[in-house]
Design a protein around this ligand. Structure first.
Ligand code: PNW
Length: 480
């Protein structure tokens, strides 16, 4: 696919997140986030590491901007560490001017380099103090008010510099991985071998609910007090992978595919576009799924200026028989890598959950476009790890043809969705600008188009894919 079909102002670039790249956890007044404290608990991170140094991006802003320039990127999606800006997190706690100044300078430098900033306000790193003080994301009144205040602080500090705001990154991960499986901070779940407290059957649904309301309140603040003068757009970023039936002849597997999409995506997207939860979830979860008041529903409905889409892969789905597990969070079904005939959905990568299947990207964009009335979509993450990459010698790592091909296939699928299916997609951020702290998997799993030498002073070495993404867009984007 080499024909230029994407509009001339298509926004493309790369993404990262604060805790995954910054390091400098206690510099210039930053306080702990729940990820700093989670990493200190033995056994939570595969290689017992943390984001203490990571890519040292806090000290290497210029280097990162040079790197972005060398790729030709038009935009950079990064996130703000809330506990740098308001170390204790709350609306009555002091604001840390140094933290704000750091991000304002970064944005000014990006703009001077001709790169559009796209800011995520919350990429999982809640100020730890808020978790300790009142239960963090579980506490509706406090959390919603504190998030709105933090968001407002950032809107004010950035003014018209920033045209793209993302309230939350992947609320599904915060809720399910943080409060159901316990794999991510704060690690709460029902399994007492893993966590002293938590209730996997209930807390994740409360947290999802509170994140939605916090999103809606922050959007209200932006629209009422900033949008007209600053001219930006605001939305939430949702993760979602495509589904194919394990047995396409079995109607129950076909139905389970739709249910899986609803439990993963529509859990958040239906309230944002329609002001209510999907019927399949209401049915399975009963009174464990919180209810919106009329006022809340009205506030949520229409609260996206754009749909932020994170997408990586696809799964085969097989329906389950028998009673529903109260801790189930995906719609009473199995997620499989192989279909009925043993055919794999895609090649293996370093991430157990990720096997590339590019056509699924196009199909999911169409599904979203149909269900939500053709929203403007910005793809805010898409990328892959590579099986065994960490164990290869440097010159092999830099020749990451597998990742390069992933990007050719996925960006090609995006171009088809735009030009052939009428999907209104206007931007794409590859995950990630550089290898970084891959959460519970530590540093063993690499997602970067740039190699980061963690043992050699965090030096950066662009891989082949760093060039390929730009080459692909250069062919696909119209020159005028
Ligand atoms: C996303 N899963 O996370 C995040 O937004 C990034 O911070 C992260 O580095 C990237 O994808 C790669 O993992 C996910 O288990 C983490 O299905 C885990 C899952 C999905 C997304």
């Amino acid at each position: 696919m080499t024909e230029a079909v994407l509009p001339k102002d298509f926004v493309w670039g790369f993404a990262t997140a604060s805790y995954q790249v910054e390091g400098a956890p206690h510099e210039d007044g930053r306080a702990d986030s729940i990820w700093d404290t989670f990493c200190r608990i033995p056994g939570k991170i595969a290689d017992a590491s943390s984001g203490d140094v990571a890519c040292d991006s806090y000290h290497r802003q210029n280097e990162d901007i040079e790197l972005l320039k060398s790729t030709g990127a038009r935009a950079y999606r990064f996130s703000i560490s809330w506990s740098r800006v308001i170390p204790l997190g709350g609306r009555n706690d002091p604001v840390n001017e140094k933290g704000i100044a750091h991000y304002v300078k970064f944005v000014d430098d990006l703009l001077a380099a001709g790169i559009q900033p796209m800011i995520t306000l919350f990429h999982w790193d809640l100020p730890d103090n808020l978790d300790k003080r009142y239960g963090g994301l579980l506490n509706k009144e406090e959390f919603v008010a504190d998030f709105a205040n933090y968001a407002k602080t950032m809107f004010k500090a950035m003014g018209s510099r920033v045209k793209f705001w993302i309230t939350f990154n992947e609320p599904w991960c915060s809720a399910i991985l943080g409060y159901n499986t316990g794999l991510f901070a704060p690690g709460r779940c029902s399994n007492r071998n893993k966590s002293e407290c938590g209730d996997s059957s209930r807390e994740c649904w409360i947290v999802g609910h509170n994140l939605l309301l916090a999103h809606a309140h922050a959007v209200k603040v932006y629209r009422e007090e900033f949008k007209a003068q600053d001219g930006g757009q605001i939305g939430i970023t949702l993760n979602g992978d495509w589904t194919e039936p394990w047995d396409p002849e079995d109607l129950q597997d076909v139905e389970a595919c739709e249910r899986k999409l609803e439990f993963a995506i529509s859990w958040f997207a239906d309230p944002v576009y329609f002001g209510r939860y999907p019927e399949s979830m209401v049915k399975q979860l009963g009174d464990r799924l919180p209810k919106f008041t009329e006022e809340e529903a009205a506030l949520l409905k229409g609260s996206n200026d754009f749909y932020g889409m994170n997408h990586y892969c696809a799964n085969y789905i097989k329906h389950k028989e028998g009673p529903v597990d109260p801790n189930d969070f995906s719609g009473h079904l199995e997620l499989l890598m192989e279909d009925k005939n043993g055919k794999s959905i895609g090649p293996e990568t370093q991430s157990v959950w990720l096997r590339p299947h590019a056509i699924g990207f196009r199909k999911l964009m169409k599904w979203l476009s149909d269900r939500y009335g053709k929203p403007t979509i910005y793809v805010t993450e898409n990328g892959t790890s590579l099986k065994g990459e960490n164990d290869l010698p440097l010159e092999k790592i830099l020749d990451d043809e597998f990742r390069a091909q992933y990007f050719r296939d996925y960006i090609g699928a995006l171009a088809d969705a735009y030009s052939k299916d009428g999907v209104d997609v206007r931007g794409y951020m590859a995950w990630s600008l550089m290898d970084n702290f891959e959460w519970a998997e530590g540093y063993e799993t690499r997602f970067g188009v740039t190699y980061v030498d963690y043992k050699g002073g965090q030096k950066r070495y662009p891989k082949k894919s760093a060039k390929v993404v730009g080459e692909v867009f250069d062919k696909l984007i119209k020159k005028e």
